[in-house]
Design a protein around this ligand. Sequence first.
Ligand code: ZN
Length: 519
Amino acid sequence: MKPSLDIIENNQGMDRRQFMKYALAAASTASIPNISGCAAFSSKLPPINLKRPFILKNARIIDVIQGIVLNNYCIQMLNGKISTIFPNNEAIDPSIESMDMKGQYVCPGLIDAHCHATITSVFAFHFFQGWRHLRQQEANFRLCIESGVTTIRDVGAMRWVLEWYIERINDEWIPGPRVVYCNAMLNIKGGHPEVNPTDISYFANAAKPFIGIPTVNFASTEELKSALQSNTQRASFIKLTVDSISAFCKANLKIPEYTDEHLKMILECAEKKSLPIVCHNMDKSGFDRMVNYPIHSLEHIVTDAYLTDKEVSDFAKKNIAVIPTLAVGQSFSSHEMFDVFPKKYQTDFIENEIKIRHHYLTKESHKHIDASFHKLNMNTMKYYQTVGCQKMWDKKIFLGNPNKTLGLLKYGTENLKKLKDAGVLIGVGMDAGMPFCYFGSLYRELELLSRVGFSNKEILRAATYNNAKILNMSNEIGDISKGKFADLVVYDKNPLDDIRVCRSPKMVFKEGKVVFATL
Ligand SMILES: [Zn+2]
């Protein structure tokens, strides 16, 4: 018999969050080998008493707002926050404990403004591999910390699972970033991402009430109304998807869009609950439509047309941020996608990106993803040749529409440069959770932005200060100044000179505690 939520919620005094807590805790401690061990904190991390002042001395502080280094500084922390910053030559109270940074570079913790932490970056889900998914989910959070990411904005999650992990992170069972989230994305049935969980797993329907699915799939205004109520619980924003063209390979690429009435209902709810609206959009038509609404950010970027100077300057006046997620485009871009690679994508830039993608997927990605998931992802790419894009959807193979992924590199990069030059607030995220977009590799987005023409100063600022603004958290995170959380990443070289330095943090602090160190 299918378990009833009413029984769980009413008769046993246990809600879904509690149920998840006990079920997943039991799974991870009793029946799943290695789960806790693989993501636990290292016992060698230096302990810091948060209740007493603690000084990081001889630090080179990276001022991400001005893009400069403050040499020979001390950072004093208390209660998980930065209590003061002062030059090294000022006398230090000898009773205050300290750590010598030995002239290393201290940067504010990075922020990933677009990811899906409960999604495991693989094309398929098999019930009997459930433990691998749990292990990968846990690794996703740990990999954030190890790559210097101390805050993430999750833009579509299995909500009950996500909340369970957040609790475990807060209880310090596992290392993980601070998480800002929206629960599921609010998509119209058949709208992006039009794949239903039941399309990829028979198990999905039974599991849905307990784990949550990352999409809503409303079909009527009534369903939207109730989704708006439940999906906004504890959420920090509302995530919409406004594409009109499928992001997947299929013959008829058109997908359903919100009606004006839907958008009106969503806006009313957002206003009433003071929730910002965050919009997935990769199409020019979605851009043209949503620019007229009071939205907070556009996720991804227009992939099917160059924006005109007028469109860019009009957009810049609207105060809408853009998180381009170029790496998701690069992650799928490959010669395998076509029998004959279209001329319009034959550029030096795209050829170079395909090479860099190949290098990542063959030489670096093993640090970030379960080996069997990665193998499956690599094998899945062969369907472009064996089945062909037109027929994949009918065969339930959900590979990306090449014109979107390559379009992100061709049109998206040019549009992005124009938007940046027009003063649009640009953030950083890479859609980690998608196949080939593995957690722990945000550096790929940073380095891609560099190849597109962003300066290192612009990139670091986007990944910290700009992202903090995009998360509406600039009073708490995003730079190293008094009163902010002591979320810090330590590098042995200056990332303002070479952004590749961000690949290897030496130490990471979250709220004043060392959560990662290469000891
Ligand atoms: Zn996404």
